[in-house]
Every structure is written in C-alpha cells, then in structure tokens.
Unconditional design. Structure first.
Length: 244
C-alpha cells in the first residue's frame, strides 16, 4: 500500500464517521469539532512517525562518519553519543532493520565493548531475524521505514548523504561483519582467569598456599619448660659444698 492510498483510506474513514454522526442527529458544530480534533491528532501522529524514521537515517549518517575512517581518533563521549542514538533507534520499533543491529555492533566494536559487539553482530549473522528476507509480517513502523528507504534508493539525489551512508554500511556489513564478530569473541576469550577470580576467593587461595608452604618446611621442636626452682637451689648448694 502506498502512502497516498493509506491517506485516502484514512480520509474516507473520517468522512464515513462524520456521515454516521450526522444521521444520528448530532449537531453540525459537534461534528465539525470532532473532525478538527481528529485531523490534528492524525497530523501529530504522522509528524511523530516521520521524525522516528528520520532518526534512523540520521543515525546511519552519524555512525558511518565514525566507522568509515579508522585512522581518525574519536573521543569516548563522541562514540557514546552515537551509540546512544543507535540504542534509541533500536527501540523505536518492534522489528528494527538488521542494518541498525550491524551498525550498533560495529560501533561497540570500535569502542572496545566486545561483549555488546558480539551480541549485536551475532544477531545479524546467526539469527534468522537478521536476514531481511525473513521479515514477512512487518510492523507499521518497519513498513514506513522501507517505503522511505526505497524512495531514497530510487532517487539518491534527493538525499545523497543518506544514500552514501547506507551503501557504505551495507558494504561493511557484507565484508567485515564476520571478521568483527570473530575478533570480539576472541577478545572475550582472552580474559585471564586471574581477572575473572572473585575477591572472596583470593584470601582462601593465599591461605591454601601458606598451608602448603608450611607442609614443605621442617617442623620446629616445641620449647621445653624450665626446671623446678627446688632442683636449681639444690644444684647450687652442692656446688658450694664442693668448692668449700
């Protein structure tokens, strides 16, 4: 269904409702007020929907600017801002485009968050929902997104920056997605056991080492008790008698 057909259907529905209200004997002023309210609500919803779709393509442009130049050094807060845009876009619809998942995964990979990168890239490469051809029952939001996307593809001169960003991201998705996923998983596998050791386990390990060292060292004899005082005095008395 094209945008013009959808608009015509909505207008027809409003006219039918107004006619029914007129048949029911509702005053013309009330019908006019009702039609005005419906019209402005409809326009507000349309404006919100267009803004949501625009946010997706704006995210593509910002993300492509970060990803296309590997030699440019970006500040952490700049990467965080673009990633935040992507996370908001990801929640705009129930079935976001797979390109959004790839772009977010590539940004997380660039930022060094390999756990999040592996999660998003695995969705694109290993989940059946990461393939556009598997989307057979799209949400209204995804349908509008695809309508805008096809219009931009047919007329790239209308939005050259957007079209260039989409082509660059799709090219990176084809050529680098698997490589980035493998690298992120390898980085996660490189975490040393010492880094994963819990703080509570450290004292127990140290105590075990001390006990092991104690078993290796020879045991020292316990200290002997001093002789009784009466025995000491008797020995002194006998020595004095011998010297006298």
């Amino acid at each position: 269904m094209t945008k013009g057909q959808e608009t015509a259907q909505r207008l027809l529905a409003i006219i039918v409702i107004m006619a029914m209200l007129g048949v029911m004997g509702i005053p013309l002023t009330v019908i006019f007020f009702f039609a005005t309210v419906v019209y402005f609500v409809w326009r507000a919803v349309q404006r919100s929907e267009r803004q949501d779709i625009k946010n997706i393509f704006d995210f593509y442009i910002s993300a492509n600017e970060v990803l296309r130049d590997d030699e440019k050094r970006w500040y952490g807060f700049e990467l965080g801002h673009v990633i935040g845009e992507g996370e908001r876009v990801l929640h705009l619809m129930a079935d976001p485009p797979p390109l959004v998942y790839f772009t977010l995964g590539a940004l997380y990979h660039r930022a060094g968050d390999h756990e999040a990168a592996a999660e998003h890239l695995a969705y694109v490469l290993e989940d059946e929902r990461g393939d556009e051809s598997a989307r057979l029952a799209p949400s209204p939001e995804l349908r509008r997104y695809v309508e805008v996307l096809r219009r931009v593809e047919r007329e790239p001169t209308e939005a050259p920056q957007t079209m260039a960003a989409i082509r660059s991201l799709e090219r990176a998705r084809r050529t680098r997605a698997a490589e980035m996923l493998a690298e992120s998983r390898a980085r996660l596998g490189e975490r040393s056991p010492a880094a994963l050791r819990t703080p509570a386990a450290a004292p127990r390990e140290e105590a075990g080492l001390r006990a092991l060292d104690g078993r290796k060292t020879p045991a020292t004899p316990p200290p002997t008790a001093p002789p009784p005082i009466a025995e000491v005095l008797r020995d002194l008395y006998e020595e004095e008698k011998k010297t006298a």
